[in-house]
Design a protein around this ligand. Structure first.
Ligand code: BES
Ligand code: MN
Ligand code: ZN
Length: 495
């Protein structure tokens, strides 16, 4: 993949700049920006002529590519709507319109005349961060298992105007956005890989590779033998029916002071969820390769954190296993003992995410965490409740919940808080164990979170149910959520 690079540069006179593609935002009502007027003059009125034709009115979502304008090989006019209503939503639309228009262009570098883009509900920092992230994500192509992959995007360099910001601050915002975008893409790539390639061992290998690349990232992998010694009977009950051994991957990023308590991220890494003996129906079962989306987001967030070298400590834990039926698989009614000592009646082997996560959450306690956040494609019920726009957020502490919600809003990778009330806990009562692994038909996402809460009592904890947000079904592909939210949260924590 071509690595897209960004830079911020003040451009006094657009008619003097030479580029393969000048990207010119135009508001409706045809009030031309300074750059637009300069380019119009340099091209004997090409811009105003295009507008006069009436095909391009500056409406949001519109674009118009003109060849050879001034010293530029191309000029892309992009509609931005009403200047007085230009907000973050309109800026996101602008990004999408530009990347769509450039997708089939041969231009390998471009200048985006962004100086006049003043947000009604944000600043240039947000805008530049968003643009860098958006264009980085738009350049992503899945190629690994295609014999004839779609051609890579041509764009390799994008220059933007710093607007009201100084060049240094603008560069920082671009770096941040690009690092977030690469984190998102990392998560997408891992999650898109098929289950026969992306096994628990593959995730462990991938982590080891990251550890070799990064000086302040140390990686260790707990094998099944070690997990057995630690008493992780719940996690191991999930991999019992699979030929693929489970792995508990621990990645320790040390960007802060030695004694500083770490932020711990715990990802559900079910590399394929057949349901086990409580086997799933066939329709869309292929999508259960995405059941390691939580794990993928831990890898992605760590990529962003390491690229930015944030001055904090972060531990990423990935609970990786494959959920399969076989003669050695866990059966409905089996009782297993978790690392915390609590016994669990496995009433449904398809509720396996919580079974791997509970032991990983207990293990997370060792790091004396500042907070623990688990991320999991945990329940179909969450998709029923929130659809595909919001991640379900649960937390045993209000400040953490509010910070994550705010980070989600800021990065437009949003979550919605759900209740963890004691009232729901009764649904997990079992006659044969301390707790059952399913809570009946009502409130399935909530009772799954309530199950996890019982293993996260010793620290501040949040749980993100990303079942509806981790991937799209049409066109099928991983979204990389919630890497942006988590990165934003950690960036803010790092100060
Ligand atoms: N990985 C699934 C959750 C899921 C299902 C995510 C569909 C996205 C789309 C999880 O392991 C699961 O199977 N959960 C069960 C729980 C039930 C047995 C209590 C579910 O949601 O049906
Ligand atoms: Mn399942
Ligand atoms: Zn699952």
């Amino acid at each position: 993949m071509t690595k897209l690079s960004f830079s911020a540069r003040k451009i006094k006179d657009a008619s003097q700049a030479r580029t393969q593609c000048a990207i010119l935002p135009v508001f409706s009502k045809k009030t031309l920006s300074v750059a637009a007027r300069q380019l119009d003059k340099a091209s004997a009125g090409a811009v105003t002529a295009a507008i006069r034709l009436g095909d391009f009115t500056g409406k949001s979502g519109q674009s118009c590519m003109l060849p050879g304008v001034g010293g530029n090989k191309r000029l892309l006019l992009v509609g931005c709507g009403d200047k007085g209503k230009f907000d973050r939503a309109a800026a996101r639309e602008l990004g999408k319109t530009v990347s769509k228009a450039l997708a089939n262009s041969e231009a390998s570098e471009a200048i985006l005349y962004s100086a006049d883009l003043e947000l009604q509900d944000g600043d240039s920092r947000w805008l530049l961060c968003w643009l860098a992230r958006h264009f980085t994500c738009a350049a992503y192509r899945y190629t690994q298992t295609l014999s004839k992959p779609k051609p890579a995007a041509k764009l390799a360099r994008l220059v933007v105007e710093p607007g009201s910001l100084g060049s240094a601050a603008a560069g920082k915002a671009l770096d941040r956005g690009a690092a977030m975008g690469r984190g998102v893409n990392e998560a997408r790539e891992l999650a898109n890989l098929p289950g026969n390639i992306c096994t628990p061992s593959y995730l462990a290998q991938h982590a080891r590779k990251l550890g070799r690349e990064q000086a302040n990232l140390s990686v260790s992998v707990l094998e099944e033998k070690k997990m057995k010694e630690l008493g992780m009977g719940s996690l191991l009950s999930v991999s019992a029916g699979s030929d693929q051994p489970a792995k508990l991957v621990v990645m320790h990023y040390k960007g802060g002071k030695a004694g500083q308590k770490p932020y711990v991220l715990v990802g559900k890494g079910i590399t394929f969820d057949s349901g086990g003996i409580s086997i799933k129906p066939g329709a869309k079962m292929d999508e259960m390769k995405f059941d390691m989306g939580g794990a993928a987001s831990v890898f992605g967030t760590l990529r962003t954190v390491t690229e930015l070298q944030l001055p904090i400590n972060v531990v990423g834990i990935v609970a990786a296993a494959e959920n399969m039926p076989s003669g050695s698989a866990t059966k409905p009614g089996d009782v297993v003992t978790s690392m915390a000592g609590k016994t669990i009646e496995v009433l449904n082997t398809d509720a396996e995410g919580r079974l791997v996560l509970c032991d990983a959450l207990t293990y997370a306690g060792r790091f004396q965490p500042r907070v623990v956040i688990d991320i999991a494609t945990l329940t179909g019920a969450c998709v029923v409740a929130l659809g595909s726009h919001a991640t379900g957020l649960y937390a045993n502490e209000d400040k953490l919940a509010e910070e994550l919600l705010a980070a989600g809003t800021e990065s437009h990778d949003r979550a919605w808080r759900m209740p963890l009330w004691e009232d729901y806990q009764k649904q997990l009562d079992s006659n044969f164990a301390d707790i059952a692994n399913i809570g009946g038909p009502g409130g399935g996402s909530i009772t799954a979170a309530c199950f996890l809460a019982r293993f996260a009592e010793d620290y501040h904890w949040a749980h993100l149910d990303i079942a509806g947000t981790a991937w799209d079904s049409a066109p099928k592909g991983a979204t990389g959520r919630p890497v942006a939210m988590l990165s934003q949260y950690l960036i803010e924590q790092a100060g």
